[in-house]
Ligand binder design. Structure first.
Ligand SMILES: NC(=O)c1ccc[n+]([C@@H]2O[C@H](COP(=O)([O-])OP(=O)(O)OC[C@H]3O[C@@H](n4cnc5c(N)ncnc54)[C@H](OP(=O)(O)O)[C@@H]3O)[C@@H](O)[C@H]2O)c1
Length: 233
């Protein structure tokens, strides 16, 4: 196994590095990083990921053997950065809640990120940064998505505790992100108007923040809000 000093490029793992933001980040980071990407599904047919030279893993929150699988996949890997993007974004207004639907939301948005953090922490190099993609909704809840909001807020609340647990070797940072990639049915003009800066975010905004956190050795235990002022408007 190469040490950090022997590696020419930092090795980062993106958990949930296949769809939408995950892929956009992978494409932005690959010029100066070696990447390990995870998806809940097999990678056949994803030629773009192969062309990036990325290691591709299958980590599914529904897999009962997930922790064993992650430990096996990480053998002989040393990671200089980890970004946990995996999540789901279900509309679940009060009145629709059931134990099964709540557990499904929390499994992907909370249990999975925690299990990933537990698995990767021993594999991270000195000074590496573990970064969680949270949601600015943790400051201003989405009323039709309270279970999602609760899961992200819970993860955000764990950032300082995890930073204390993993210090001094590993730093932990969260990003409370506003809209960076809207859904097909979103009213983009309304989303822009709801921010102080009159625009939504972009994958480049998030990539910049991830690089900032990775390159800031005095930063740990904080959640950075990146939402154009949406949550304080
Ligand atoms: N898009 C935005 O503007 C925005 C704003 C604020 C926060 N965020 C947060 O940023 C992250 C990425 O957002 P996105 O819009 O790119 O979301 P997305 O398209 O829904 O992607 C979510 C990721 O979660 C993974 N995932 C889903 N189910 C999984 C499971 N059972 N096990 C393991 N992984 C699973 C997906 O991987 P596979 O499909 O490959 O399995 C995918 O990579 C999410 O955490 C989201 O809450 C996004």
């Amino acid at each position: 196994m190469q040490t950090r000093d022997e590696r020419q490029r930092p090795k980062w793992l993106l958990a949930g590095g296949r769809s939408r933001l995950g892929r956009a980040l992978a494409e932005r980071l690959v010029p100066d990083h070696d990447l390990v990407l995870t998806s809940s599904r097999p990678w056949e047919g994803e030629d773009w990921a192969e062309s990036l030279g990325a290691t591709r893993l299958v980590w599914d929150a529904a897999d009962p053997n997930l922790s064993t699988r992650m430990t096996a996949d990480l053998t002989d890997l040393e990671l200089d950065g980890v970004v946990i993007l995996a999540g789901s974004f279900p509309e679940q207004p009060i009145g629709s809640w059931t134990m099964d639907s709540l557990e499904a939301t929390w499994r992907v948005n909370q249990a999975f990120p925690l299990l990933v953090a537990q698995a990767v922490a021993p594999r991270m190099s000195e000074g590496a940064c573990l970064q969680f993609i949270l949601d600015a909704a943790m400051h201003r809840p989405f009323l039709k998505r309270l279970p999602y909001t609760a899961a992200k807020a819970g993860l955000g609340a764990l950032v300082p505790g995890l930073a204390r647990t993993l210090a001094p070797k590993v730093r932990v940072v969260g990003h409370a992100l506003g809209t960076a990639l809207p859904g097909d049915h979103d009213d983009v003009e309304a989303l822009k108007a709801a921010t102080l800066l009159r625009r939504i975010g972009t994958p480049d905004d998030l990539a910049r923040a991830l690089r900032y956190a990775a390159e800031s050795p005095y930063l740990t235990g904080q959640v950075l809000t990146l939402d154009g002022g949406w949550s304080i408007r």
